[in-house]
Design a protein around this ligand. Structure first.
Ligand SMILES: C[S@@+](CC[C@H](N)C(=O)[O-])C[C@H]1O[C@@H](n2cnc3c(N)ncnc32)[C@H](O)[C@@H]1O
Length: 261
């Protein structure tokens, strides 16, 4: 593992292989926490039913970006929305199909890349994602432009990502993860690679300012950045997310933006 430049195509290849291979174990580890038909925004446990970041979704056409097993879309369907869920990984979409069978709640599933969406202009009222696609693409500006294109004027885009300040720490939920070791300003992606040097996992960093600029350059109006606090009594770890760190600094940033009318 290390830090080195990786472009869009190599990031896409790495993500597709990684999430295909990891789909079953990701669901085994996190599926219970995420629920079969629930909308959980982040490891802090903030749910859409308590946060209401998407507004009233009844009758709305909602695009779930990087949906994984699509639990958010099944929750949305149960609220009376018309979700479409897409993901790069066939393995993750397989988990979504399995969950549809378990729950009896079926939503349209599409295999697609967030940098080039196969949807018509102005075809959704809302787009949303909990940690899907955005942290894994080399060109998040392209994702912002594509989401803007497929939203109708007045539409809303809400996405959760790892809080940019986490980049400065080791990926460790314990004491070692409290010490700043990396520059916040170094955008070189985090890469794991195989013995031939081919990237197998890539995560791309953007500062808070970069995220705002990507949104505004695409045409969005930013209305909020939510930084969920770690709730008292919540003891569950998720990778580097832990109560120890969560009590001291944010782990998630949720950007709320609108396409102007
Ligand atoms: C951390 S998972 C989040 C999934 C789901 N939202 C959840 O909360 O479990 C990240 C997801 O983003 C997807 N992804 C990564 N790069 C993508 C891309 N370029 N386009 C679409 N999906 C992508 C992965 O396949 C994976 O399912």
């Amino acid at each position: 593992m290390g830090r080195r430049a990786v472009g869009s195509a190599a990031s896409r290849r790495a993500s597709r292989h990684w999430w295909d291979a990891d789909a079953a174990s990701y669901q085994a580890e996190h599926g219970r926490f995420l629920g079969d038909a629930d909308f959980v925004w982040c490891p802090e446990g903030l749910t859409e039913s308590s946060a209401g970041l998407l507004g009233d979704v009844t009758g709305r056409r909602v695009l779930e970006v990087g949906c994984g097993a699509a639990s958010c879309s099944r929750w949305l369907a149960r609220q009376g929305a018309y979700p479409v869920a897409f993901d790069l990984s066939a393995g993750m979409l397989g988990e979504a199909r399995a969950a549809a069978g378990r729950t009896g709640t079926r939503v349209p599933l599409v295999q697609a890349d967030a940098e080039a969406l196969p949807f018509a202009d102005r075809s959704f009222d809302v787009a949303a994602t909990a940690f899907g696609a955005v942290p894994f693409v080399a060109d998040p500006g392209a994702v912002m432009r594509e989401v803007y294109r497929v939203l109708r004027p007045g539409g809303r885009w809400v996405f959760a990502v790892t809080h940019p300040m986490r980049w400065i720490f080791l990926d460790d939920p314990g004491e070692r993860g409290l010490v700043a070791v990396h520059s916040y300003f170094d955008r070189t992606p985090y890469v794991e690679y195989d013995e031939r040097g081919v990237p197998t996992y890539v995560e791309h960093h953007r500062t808070l300012g970069d995220r705002v600029r990507d949104l505004v350059s695409a045409g969005f109006t930013l209305t909020d950045v939510v930084e969920p606090e770690w709730p008292d009594g919540h003891e569950q770890l998720w990778g580097q997310w832990s109560p120890l760190r969560g009590r001291l600094f944010p782990g998630t940033a949720i950007f709320v933006a609108h396409r102007p009318d």
